[in-house]
Write a protein that binds this ligand. Structure first.
Ligand code: FES
Ligand code: FES
Length: 195
């Protein structure tokens, strides 16, 4: 076993982990961050994407099934559960996914949102081609990506919806909205452990 100290969504955790434990399994199974999901466990789908910052304090997206928990020792990790404000106000990217109906089943959504946050950090005003390239590591089986691209455009526009010229057909919002809000809703934290 190895001891890790990781700050997740603003709370510091100190835990013993198997050296082979993947970060995604640590997040889900040991500290209850089940908003981060496992799609493939092989680094292909991006569903497990979180933000991780190291010594330079820049939060970059990583596929948490491709990172060992011990590699996150000393790092800060942000999951989809840590994006919204403490009063429940959605992050602009979450709000854009909600308003643009950028999901159907919602399984890809936590990872897609985290990848988008990193994309816009690196490139605040991406072209459509840059958006498609930026989220190319995140697979969605449902949406055809049109509304996801529109959501990224809206977030990049400071919350303004993209022009109608780029509109795509919009499906019913009710289930999608619930899914985004569910993905954003903080869960009860495991008791923080301090060393
Ligand atoms: S679970 Fe598919 S990339 Fe991590
Ligand atoms: S995989 Fe279902 S909404 Fe993307």
């Amino acid at each position: 076993m190895a001891r890790v100290s990781v700050t997740v969504d603003g709370t510091r955790y100190v835990d013993e982990v198997e050296p082979r434990t993947l970060l995604v399994h640590y997040l889900r199974d040991q500290i209850g961050k089940v908003g981060t999901v496992v799609g493939c466990d092989t680094g292909n789908c991006g569903a497990c994407t979180v933000l991780m910052s190291g010594p330079d304090h820049v939060a970059r997206s990583v596929k948490s099934c491709s990172v060992l928990a011990i590699q996150a020792d000393g790092c800060a990790v942000t999951t989809v559960e840590g994006l919204a404000d403490s009063d429940g106000t959605l992050h602009p990217v979450q709000r854009a996914f909600h308003e643009q109906h950028a999901l159907q089943c919602g399984f890809c959504t936590p990872g897609m949102i985290m990848a988008t946050v990193d994309l816009l950090r690196e490139n605040p005003h991406p072209t459509e081609a840059e958006i498609r390239e930026g989220i190319s590591g995140n697979l969605c089986r449902c949406t055809g990506y049109q509304n996801i691209v529109r959501a990224v455009q809206q977030a990049a526009n400071g919350g303004a919806a993209p022009s109608a010229a780029h509109s795509a057909p919009v499906e019913s919002a009710s289930a999608e909205s619930a899914s985004v809000e569910s993905a954003a809703r903080p869960v009860a934290h495991s008791p923080a452990v301090t060393s």
